[in-house]
Design a protein around this ligand. Structure first.
Ligand code: KIV
Length: 274
């Protein structure tokens, strides 16, 4: 496997760089990361943005939804990632319960994330329902990324992880929400698991960059959950997911070989001791 050094045109990615990328038609590559070691590798490989997603609740902690992860846990993950990166923009998810109550709670949660982790921006789920919080966070000087379509914090309202906004009414609301989020000052918008045609239409209607996950190729950038694209998770295989490695199998092989060597008294050998 070849090593991909970071492209050096931009020393550091800011929200302004992402805007410039949209304007120049350059695609934005985003991945999640939750820990120091993987974030360091992902940053050095040239990723534009790292999302410290609340998907940490699933892939790091083993919960079945994103709802249980706490603000303290998100700050722990985010500060580990921030210590690793030299170039990428780091965006942190506001976890469930840390912003839905009112805009003061949303701002207080954001201030904790920014002060205690050193991240560069936050992301939150929803449109008109959270617009007051979005505006209040931005007025405090913190960049906000929106998230529409399949918003996993609302899974018990949706009932399934199926594609969202297939019906006209929901598609129209999504477009309206996207425009509202842009008008409130969001620097970018994630759209998750919606028809490609709708995602393209929203992208063309907005001047800010759109980042898709399961939203087709007509958006300004793509995001995947790192553990899914590396094949560390095996039980999750939606159509939109491209796996670049099968790390679960590789690690299983490596651990199996280690166990065998220890049991056979083959490890450590003469050269591996003092
Ligand atoms: O938490 C997360 O990983 C996300 C992405 C799926 C966009 O929100």
């Amino acid at each position: 496997m070849s090593v991909h050094p970071a492209p050096n045109k931009y020393k550091k990615i800011t929200t302004h760089v992402l805007q410039e990328m949209k304007e120049k038609g350059k695609k934005i590559a985003m991945l999640t990361a939750y820990d120091y070691s993987l974030a360091k590798i992902v940053d050095a490989a040239g990723i534009d943005a790292i999302l410290v997603g609340d998907s940490a609740s699933n892939v790091m902690a083993g919960h079945i939804t994103t709802l249980p992860i706490t603000l303290d846990q998100m700050i722990y993950h985010a500060s580990s990632v921030v210590r690793a990166i030299e170039r990428a923009l780091v965006i942190v998810d506001l976890p469930f319960g840390s912003y839905q109550g009112n805009s003061k709670t949303a701002l207080d949660s954001t201030i904790r994330i920014m002060k205690e982790s050193g991240a560069h921006a936050v992301k939150l789920e929803g449109g008109s329902e959270v617009i007051e919080s979005v505006a209040r966070i931005i007025s405090a000087g913190v960049p906000v990324m929106g998230h529409l379509g399949l918003t996993p914090q609302s899974i018990y309202k949706f009932g399934t992880y199926n594609v969202r906004a297939k019906e006209e009414e929901e598609a129209e609301k999504l477009l309206k929400d996207a425009i509202l989020l842009q008008e409130a000052g969001c620097f970018a918008l994630v759209m998750e698991k919606i028809p490609a045609e709708l995602a393209t239409k929203v992208t063309q209607a907005l001047s800010i960059p759109t980042i898709g996950i399961g939203a087709g190729g007509g958006v300004d950038g793509q995001v995947l959950v790192l553990h899914d694209m590396l094949g560390l998770t095996t039980e999750f295989s939606p159509r939109f997911l491209r796996r670049y490695l099968n790390l679960a199998e590789e690690i299983n092989g490596a651990v199996g070989a280690y166990v065998k060597d220890v049991k056979a008294k083959d490890f450590p050998n003469e050269k591996e001791q003092y």
